[in-house]
Design a protein around this ligand. Structure first.
Ligand SMILES: Cc1ncc(COP(=O)(O)O)c(C=O)c1O
Length: 369
């Protein structure tokens, strides 16, 4: 009986073959694989264009640059997220303004956005936290206030919103979408990787050239960009992973449903809710746990990985010690951060693994009560 890990990327013969064929072709950069991966990813999400790049972090930085955000501008971000959601704003010389999350779904709260908005607000970065889609009303709110909406979809490959009978994939629920293919994510590319998507025709051409030093087909540079290109091998692996993604997200949803049913009446533990009219991508399955450290240690003793997300929200981290909100309390962010404990939900779990997780979580509550 081995350890049950919190994440494990998939690797199969078709992915291996795609990598080897691409290496053998000696076309290692700027080739057909990257172009095809971008087209296929755009089709999958419903965005009008997608450009592969080197990580989710550079995708966020590029998104802000493409929207012309810089010094003097404020960008509203949740603090209950991975640090890159906030530091990308500092990297372009703008100021991140931290706002609270919703108590029931843990994504950026519309009410807090309304309170934080002022004439310097140029963008919102919404995060589909743990694969939960953010409130669809944020899309309208941003449009109504002429505020750009960057979608941090690093944890939400395969998530969806159902609005008025229309399905919008993660990556098509804002102006620019940013994905990560870090190996722990819902899909990966055999190394570091990311994807930029857009729903704006005015941006797609620039997006494509931004990752290539802002050059056009004559190789003249017309805006400051950088080399953010994804390698052809990564793109070839990503194309195969993308074909598998719907079945993986379905599997994650099945495991989440089993957990919800098994843990619905445990003392000291609450199960996560799914926003109505959305498909949760279940990048992480977090329980709200009253004794998080004991719970994590108990799972560890029983060879099951667990992680606390995010015990120290972004605005309390040293990198923001000179930020005016460093000591400020954000009620739900500070309340939830130390109590959200992720248990394994990834698509590689076997039925035995899932049963073992259910047994051990149940046993924990009987030992503590
Ligand atoms: C919400 C969120 N945003 C951004 C990123 C950054 O992605 P990457 O690690 O590919 O740079 C991550 C990755 O962990 C993330 O979870």
């Amino acid at each position: 009986m081995g350890r049950i890990s919190i994440a494990r990327p998939s690797w199969d013969d078709e992915m291996r073959q795609a990598a080897i064929t691409t290496l053998d072709s000696l076309r290692w950069v700027k080739g057909e694989q990257g172009k095809a991966f971008g087209h296929e990813f755009a089709d999958f999400t419903g965005a009008i264009h997608a450009t592969p790049c080197q990580s989710g972090s550079v995708a966020l930085w590029a998104a802000l640059r493409l929207l012309g955000i810089g010094p003097g501008d404020e960008v509203l971000v949740p603090s209950l997220t991975y640090i890159a959601t906030a530091t990308c704003v500092s990297l372009v010389g703008a100021t991140p303004i931290f706002v609270d999350v919703e108590p029931e779904y843990w994504c950026i709260s519309l009410e807090s956005l309304e309170r934080a908005r002022n004439e310097k607000t140029k963008a919102v970065i919404g995060v589909h936290l743990f694969g939960q889609m953010y409130d669809p009303e944020i899309i309208e709110w941003c449009k109504n206030h002429s505020i750009a909406l960057i979608e941090d979809a690093a944890q939400a490959h395969g998530g969806e919103m159902h609005i008025d009978g229309e399905v919008k994939g993660a990556g098509a629920c804002g102006d620019i979408g940013c994905f990560s293919f870090f190996p722990s994510k819902n899909m990966a590319v055999g190394g570091e990787g990311g994807m930029l998507t857009t729903t704006l025709s005015s941006i797609s051409q620039r997006m494509q050239s931004f990752v290539n030093h802002g050059r056009d087909e004559t190789l003249e540079s017309f805006e400051v960009g950088s080399n953010l290109r994804m390698s052809e091998v990564s793109a070839a692996i990503g194309r195969v992973q993308l074909k598998r993604l719907p079945s993986w997200v379905k599997k994650r949803n099945e495991i989440a449903a089993k957990y919800a049913n098994s843990f619905k009446s445990l003392d000291g533990i609450s199960v996560p809710k799914t926003r109505p009219d959305t498909t949760h991508a279940w990048h992480q399955y977090c329980l709200i746990v009253e004794k998080p450290l004991e719970f994590k240690a108990y799972l560890d003793q029983h060879d099951i990985d667990a992680r606390i997300y995010y015990a120290k929200p972004c605005h309390h981290q040293k990198v923001f010690q000179n930020h005016h909100q460093y000591q400020q309390s954000l009620h739900w962010t500070d309340e939830l951060g130390p109590k959200l404990v992720a248990i394994p939900v990834h698509h590689q779990l076997s039925e035995d693994d899932v049963n073992r997780v259910v047994e051990v979580v149940n046993a924990f509550t009987s030992t503590t009560n």
